[in-house]
Design a protein around this ligand. Sequence first.
Ligand SMILES: Cc1cc2nc3c(=O)[nH]c(=O)nc-3n(C[C@H](O)[C@H](O)[C@H](O)COP(=O)(O)OP(=O)(O)OC[C@H]3O[C@@H](n4cnc5c(N)ncnc54)[C@H](O)[C@@H]3O)c2cc1C
Length: 524
Amino acid sequence: MNNAADHLSFDMALERYKEVKSKPFRINESDTLLQDYHPDYAADQTTNLNIGVNKGEHCVTELASILQADSPFDSKSICSEEFVDVLVIGGGGAGCVAALSAAETGSNVLIATKLKLGDSNTVMAEGGIQSVVNSEDSIQQHFTDTIQSSYFRAEKEVTAKMIQNGPESIRWLIELGMKFDTDDDGNLLVRKGGGATFSRVVYFKDYTGLELMRVLRSALSQSSISVLNHTPVVELLSDNGRCTGAVLLDLESRTLKIIRAKSVILATGGSGRVHINNFPTSNHIGATADGLSLAYRLGAKLRELDSFQYHPTGIIYPESLAGTLVTEGLRSAGACLLNAQGERFVDELKSRDIVSAAIIRECENGRGVELSSTVKGVWLDTPELEKNKPGILKNQFPKLMSLAKNNIINPTKDPILVYPTLHYQNGGICIDVNGESTVPGLYSTGEVSGGVHGKNRLMGNALLEVISLGRVTGKHAAITAKDVDYGEVGFSHLDKWRSERQQLCKDNNEVAPKLFPTYFNFRY
Ligand SMILES: Cc1cc2nc3c(=O)[nH]c(=O)nc-3n(C[C@H](O)[C@H](O)[C@H](O)COP(=O)(O)OP(=O)(O)OC[C@H]3O[C@@H](n4cnc5c(N)ncnc54)[C@H](O)[C@@H]3O)c2cc1C
């Protein structure tokens, strides 16, 4: 840590917080806040794609390099071949939901996943699932909130389907045995997410994702679905423009296996571990944009490749926890953000892009709490929340309170130092209302797909997408599979790709999917 005179130790910063805390509010959300401070709007962060179906479009530089990379695939080393009706790639929430729904039709379903089933962003989700559950709220209002917060970029038909199916999807989860927090009469408790008109985020403490994965895993264990752990997909197969399966890498034996499938569902999640703009991330270790690179090489159209969500409250101190998420549920419950002068500077329940830009503004203009040249942030005032609502942290936020159990920070006594953390990929693979991509036979669901969040996602809408559209996608992929035969094991898309790369991407020496972040030193 830098000890320069104008930097503070964490303890000194805490003392100052106690001295200045009672200052008045200075809420300031100028019209140019996003343009001036949100990383998505920085002109030098994007480049134009040189090859592929999105050629000529803007893409953040780090992702462009991955999308235009070569395949690791070498046909000489294939060891075995298997046939399934539906291949699901990814064992997080979306993959499990889609697989369960596909299997309900009687199809033969296989999940291939990079890590162990459930190791994913889903399992870490905290705040909850956004869906209409109260009579004063409406599907129309949820739709309007979502479209508005997407800056009118969300794809309307797919978004409408996701929201309409929301209440039924929550019922489905309850039937699977998922627990939600309820009042004494058994009514679902709801939180208000930033940018939403009504409180409609249902949750289980700050462990919603863990509880969700618990019931999905349990349902899978009682189904006929097969699971291959530690077996990431490294290339897709094609036959006359249709996706016909995938090539899997067994991480233990380092051998390649072919899975021939009538429908393929990509559910590989997001890309936080690409650390766009050098941000720390809240994402799990496998979030390396694999699905985007696989789909793009096969010819699937992608969207909003220049739009990412930086969640306002990522922990920045201690540095070992950098990027770890502190749920929006705390701000929803009333926790305020304070700068180094003890001032509130933004309405904490504005949408995430605005709150994040406001935090960055405070820090760039010398009003942040500065522990070193790289560790700057603002306070999330959890002690004040606890003072106003005694017991709330222990009762509603046990995951956060585990920081105190482990003697890291005690949020009932000390505020948490936070800064935006790279959290979510707003865009992804273009899909239709059935979850099918622009490549026949290739479906996509969950965070890897794009369309329902436009340029900014509402709290709880990612898990809604996972469940609501995951079910639709699984079902349609399985129904389609009933009417098609197995295609050939083809790689013509790869030949075309490699020749395009040779002409237009000579300087790109990358190989993707990356599978793990660069600091893992993984080699094919
Ligand atoms: C800390 C945190 C908290 C969050 N809280 C909330 C919340 O409260 N509410 C909300 O709506 N959203 C929340 N989100 C976002 C939401 O959890 C995710 O967007 C969503 O769970 C993604 O689900 P998914 O199944 O698409 O991806 P994931 O759950 O990440 O699953 C992707 C799976 O694909 C596997 N995979 C990746 N590459 C390959 C490959 N090449 N081959 C095979 N398998 C592969 C991964 O190992 C993983 O198992 C949160 C996210 C994080 C990180």
